[in-house]
Design a protein around this ligand. Structure first.
Ligand code: NAI
Length: 289
């Protein structure tokens, strides 16, 4: 028997593997779950790759890599995954019905003391919790990509989330070396809502010919010390992703600030999605972009 606490991570994709990695690196035992073992193994390969990169950068020792990997077990059986968990972090695809179904199952199988958290980036915690018998147990823990590098976690409290759950969520985020903020369950939380306004306004400025994309970005980078301008960030996130979020927030908040600019719609229509398509507000096909 050991005192080491167990983190169950549901979903082994982009976010799930990162949350599993950071948890293992901070001394937790981890059970990483997805619908089939092949997917979980790919998640583990990504963790191994990240840790190997950490070694080549001098940030991780080979011993730390082995310790972290030794703490991770793989699973494709949900009941077993959460049955003795102290923390359950869900990071499956952004679909409300899938998340509701998972939390119904998790609530029935996880110990009563376990923290139940969703990594949703846009869904309402209240809506997910509506499927649960006790919605006071659910919280949002919105990690950022890549999880092992980004220190922000939005701790999202729904109307029914208890203070105890909030405090447990905050303590868990701190225990992973993160710098959490508490946010009320509202569309776009704090980060997407604020970040998107800047991005959309920058696009409107390109539309109006106020300045070139690179100069608009420089205004924020040099004038406000943002590490990256809003248009370059849009290219990295994907213009299609930003358009989806803008449409959702425009509808949910009813503010003109979120009305998708014509230039964004036209670029997505033309397949200019940013870095992943080679072309966005910048040309990513050129070397050094
Ligand atoms: P992803 O597509 O990389 O991974 C999702 C995983 O969920 C897949 O491995 C899939 O097999 C699994 N899955 C789907 N249905 C399942 C089920 N019923 N049971 C178990 N596993 C299931 O997605 P990603 O990007 O990791 O996103 C996961 C969550 O994190 C979403 O809620 C997303 O909004 C949120 N998020 C994503 C960020 C990002 O930059 N990708 C940033 C912050 C939050």
């Amino acid at each position: 028997m050991t005192d080491t606490k167990l983190v169950a991570v549901i979903g082994a994709g982009t976010m799930g593997h990162g949350i599993a990695q950071v948890s293992a690196r901070h001394g937790y035992n981890v059970c990483l779950y997805d619908i089939d073992l092949g997917i979980v193994e790919r998640g583990l390969d990504r963790i191994r790759g990240n840790l190997n990169k950490g070694i080549s950068l001098g940030k991780v020792t080979p011993e730390e890599r082995e310790n972290a990997l030794d703490r991770i077990t793989l699973s494709s059986e949900l009941g077993m995954t959460v049955g003795s968990a102290d923390f359950v972090i869900e990071a499956v695809s952004e679909q409300i019905d899938v998340k509701q179904q998972i939390f119904r199952h998790v609530e029935a199988n996880a110990p009563a003391h376990a923290l139940l958290a969703s990594n949703t980036s846009s869904l309402s915690i209240a809506r997910i919790a509506a499927a649960m018998r006790d919605p006071s147990r659910l919280i949002g823990l919105h990690f950022f990509n890549p999880v092992h590098i980004m220190t922000l976690v939005e701790v999202v409290c729904g109307p029914d989330t208890s203070d105890e759950t909030r405090d447990l969520g905050l303590a868990f985020a701190h225990s992973l070396g993160k710098d959490p903020i508490v946010v009320r369950d509202s569309p776009g939380f704090a980060s997407s809502r604020l970040g998107l306004v800047l991005g959309l306004e920058a696009m409107r400025m390109v539309e109006e010919g106020v300045a070139k994309p690179n100069d608009i970005d420089k205004a924020m980078e040099l004038g406000y010390r943002h590490p990256m301008g809003p248009l370059k960030l849009t290219d990295l996130v994907g213009l299609d992703v930003r358009l989806n979020i803008a449409e959702y927030l425009f509808q949910a908040l009813g503010s003109e600030a979120f009305r998708p600019p014509e230039i964004l719609k036209a670029m997505v229509e033309a397949g200019k999605l940013g870095k992943k398509s080679g072309q966005g507000f910048y040309d990513w096909t050129e070397e050094g972009s």
